[in-house]
Design a protein around this ligand. Structure first.
Ligand code: KG4
Ligand code: ZN
Length: 364
């Protein structure tokens, strides 16, 4: 009776994880008894050292992450050798933390999955050599993972999304539109011809010295721009969205970045301030930059949706657009995308913020 009551309490909101923990308290090894596949995912493609253990049904049993953002903010951008060193210092601990949180022993793992591309070569190398050592030691299969494919498929952990769907990945290192036709069947529709939007926002934020702004000092460039934009008037500057007449779904941010840079220099002259001081018009610039980036992203995405619908590549009645990556957390950009999806009768889906940015779960 006591056990039944305890069971009722433990399982009042039943989850697999609760069940495993409950059974473990009786020395059962659910990994061996019930689970067919437990995958450890390892991610080190850029500036996050991340690991997670996920089971075959997509249950996240444990995860851990070490972000290098703070260090890279201070140096004004990612220095690959610094990122590599930080991955080296943290990978063992992060993998251990993910395993401990999941209460899965390394021998219970079915496989080890690791990001192998794309990304910073020095950063990828740390995850790869660590994983290969582990694979060798534990005699487990190795699953090489394409970072972008992992980002694109993550939504299926949280939402029931059928193939095909359209995905827009926008972050500091990525910018692409792809049709996801299956787990390993992607049609690339467009990509940035130069830098990614997050990279551009980071550069503008650095040029505006937002790290010295009392409200933005700990924020990433993109987040600082979003924060400041709320206090600014986007109509005070007139930046044009790039590639207005390009008949494809590609993106470009370098030209716009160059124009913004020139505008900032001109404003510094007008306000009589040195480079490195904060312009009184910084919030207006942030608002205009954010709006122009949002318009550009929304217009290119609109083209991609129309292209897919015209060619019957997406379901006519229930097309889905998935938006992910750090820049996808920007609410102004999301609003612009919502206007596009409303106008084209599509459903807009974004993974929760912790799964939008780099993480071990999406790799596992
Ligand atoms: O996905 P992520 O964490 O890392 C990769 O780049 O892979 O994205 C980081 C990027 C940075 O460039 C950052 O400035 C941008 O996402 N970001 C934002 C916001 N939060 C982060 N950009 C616009 N608005 C935000 N709220
Ligand atoms: Zn990424």
């Amino acid at each position: 009776m006591l056990i039944l009551n305890k069971t009722a309490g433990v399982f009042s909101k039943p989850s697999k994880r609760n069940m495993y923990e409950f059974l473990r308290s009786f020395n059962f090894h659910p990994g061996k008894l019930f689970l067919h596949k437990l995958v450890l995912g390892i991610e080190t493609s850029c500036d996050d050292t991340a690991a997670a253990v996920v089971d075959e049904t997509g249950n996240v049993l444990g995860e851990a992450i070490h972000s290098q953002t703070e260090v890279h903010l201070k140096t004004g951008g990612i220095i690959p050798s610094v990122a590599q060193q930080l991955h080296r210092e943290n990978i063992q601990r992060i993998v251990q933390e993910a395993l401990s949180a999941s209460k899965v022993s390394p021998s219970e793992l079915s496989a080890i999955a690791t990001t192998i591309k794309p990304g910073l070569a020095l950063s990828l190398g740390v995850g790869l050599s660590f994983s290969l050592q582990l694979v060798d030691q534990l005699k487990k299969p190795f699953i090489p993972i394409h970072h972008m494919e992992a980002h694109a498929l993550t939504i299926r952990l949280t939402n029931k999304v059928e193939f095909p769907f359209l995905v827009l990945l926008i972050s500091g290192g990525h910018c692409l539109l792809a049709l996801v036709r299956g787990v390993s069947d992607f049609l690339l529709l467009g990509k940035s011809l130069d830098i990614a939007p997050g990279d551009m926002l980071d550069k503008v934020a650095r040029r505006l010295s937002l790290i010295k702004h009392p409200e933005c000092s700990t924020m990433s460039g993109g987040k600082a721009i979003e924060h400041l934009a709320k206090q600014g008037n986007k109509l005070h500057f007139d930046f044009k969205p790039p590639m207005q007449h390009a008949k494809n779904c590609d993106f470009s941010f370098s030209g716009l970045h160059h124009i913004i840079d020139k505008m900032i220099m001109q404003k510094e002259k007008e306000e009589g301030i040195e480079k490195g001081q904060i312009l009184s018009s910084a919030a207006d610039i942030a608002a205009a930059v954010q709006h122009t980036v949002a318009c550009h992203i929304a217009k290119r995405t609109h083209r991609a949706i129309l292209f897919c619908k015209q060619r019957d590549l997406l379901c006519q009645s229930n097309a889905v657009l998935v938006v992910s990556g750090g820049v996808a957390s920007n609410l102004h950009i999301r609003k612009a995308l919502e206007i596009v999806t409303d106008a084209t009768q599509c459903t807009l889906l974004c993974p929760p913020p912790r799964l939008c940015t780099d993480n071990g779960v999406m790799i596992a």
